[in-house]
Design a protein around this ligand. Structure first.
Ligand SMILES: *Cc1c(COP(=O)(O)O)cnc(C)c1O
Length: 395
């Protein structure tokens, strides 16, 4: 690919559109054109753009104190740790700056757990179709050959099984003695908006108890209300040992977290893991604001209500469309699977229908609207997406 007049590495295939302001679920480009944001910066701006309370929390804390390092006690970090543990049932938090880093922390817990049990060639079970990030360990954990391509040697110690395949995990449990953990998304986002079944998750939980494996859930995308519960695993009634978070935790301010309970919460001691920026006063104050606003405004409940409305609306409009294979979702994480590759729809959605969408796995439209959208806004999303799909020809 040709990089024209750019000082940026060619990492992304971007749309030629640049936004200059936003409010709630709306964005404006540099020509003043208004759009609906139905992707939220990939599940990040769940409270909408330019939330006034988040903006003032940032401004206030930035003018008071941004960073001191983890050489010192950080009150906002303690507070955010307590809030996140209270909504998740976890006991301890480690703070970092992204989803991949949160998963790195979880994978290091798995290694510490292994080494403490004299397992020096440990295996973490991961899923085909998963996405866990772009660092070397997290891309190795990711179940997508395209993400691996060009990066050998991969980090060893991962075994992939088909998602939702109960027989496979039982077989692995019988055949592989050095398994120490399972890492799984409650709903695969990049993988095409596919939910883990309750039976699959409960099987994993059962095996983890029986075999002394860590049950680790990647809630980077599903966490913080996205699926209509605080955390996606709560929808299938399991209690993991480790939860990873990022994306919506800062509503756009970079922050990630790895939460743990039980023995998993005691594995880290000084010298085992660290982050210079991780958990600084600014990031943690923003995280506290996000949790407070979500609690006060019952944002996960709204995600559930609006998610149902969005799903029903789309099914009513598009359920019988000949090219629509499936419409599915959990809360405000929605996938519309088409019978043909539809990556070109992203641009038409922007230029003709003024709505931001994402296409994953080539043929699945993924919608991740802000969790604060109201009924009218949800209906507007249904109308624009239905128009978009109806006016698109196969080629
Ligand atoms: C986005 C995502 C990640 C990676 O997060 P980054 O902040 O981009 O490193 C990891 N896991 C899941 C499930 C994600 O959706």
């Amino acid at each position: 690919m040709n990089v024209k007049n750019s000082y940026l590495m060619n990492a992304y295939s971007r749309q030629e559109i640049s936004f200059t302001s936003g409010s709630g679920i709306r964005l404006w480009d540099n020509n003043g054109v208004e759009y609906i944001d139905a992707i939220s910066g990939v599940a990040v701006t769940s409270l909408g753009h330019s939330h006034p309370e988040i903006a003032s929390a940032i401004a206030e804390q930035a003018s008071q104190l941004m960073h001191t390092s983890n050489l010192f006690k950080i009150d906002w970090q303690e507070r955010l740790g307590e809030k996140l543990c209270s909504i998740s049932g976890m006991e301890r938090a480690f703070f970092c700056n992204s989803g991949a880093e949160a998963n790195e922390a979880a994978l290091k817990l798995a290694r510490l757990h292994a080494n403490a049990n004299n397992v020096f060639d440990p295996v973490v079970v991961v899923m085909e179709g998963s996405f866990h990030g772009r660092t070397l360990a997290t891309l190795s954990a990711t179940g997508n050959p395209a993400v691996h391509s060009g990066f050998s040697p991969l980090v060893p110690g991962f075994m992939h099984i088909p998602f939702n395949d109960i027989e496979s995990i039982h077989r692995l449990a019988d055949q592989v003695p050095n398994i120490v953990a399972v890492l799984v998304e409650p709903v695969q986002g990049e993988g095409g908006v596919k939910a883990a079944s309750q039976e699959f998750m409960q099987t994993i939980q059962h095996l983890c108890h029986e075999k002394n494996w860590l049950f680790m859930v990647d809630e980077v995308q599903t966490g913080m209300g996205r699926t209509g519960a605080w955390f996606g695993h709560q929808n299938v009634d399991v209690e993991p040992d480790v939860i990873t978070l990022a994306k919506a935790l800062g509503n756009g301010f970079p922050i990630g977290a790895c939460l743990a309970r039980g023995n998993a919460a005691k594995l880290i001691s000084p010298g085992k893991h660290a982050s210079t920026f991780g958990g600084n006063p600014l990031a943690c104050r923003v995280g506290c604001s996000v949790v407070d606003i979500m609690e006060r405004d019952k944002v996960p409940d709204n995600a559930l209500i609006q998610g149902k409305r969005l799903l029903q609306g789309l099914k009513a409009e598009l359920g019988h469309h000949p090219e629509v294979i499936a419409i599915r979702g959990e809360g405000l994480m929605i996938g519309i699977e088409l019978s043909y590759p539809c990556e070109s729809m992203v641009k038409r959605a922007l230029t003709e229908h003024r709505i931001l969408i994402n296409v994953t796995r080539k043929n699945i439209i993924r919608l991740l609207p802000p969790l604060i959208c109201n009924e009218n806004e949800t209906d507007e999303i249904v109308a624009r997406i239905s128009d978009l799909v109806r006016t698109t020809n196969r080629h």
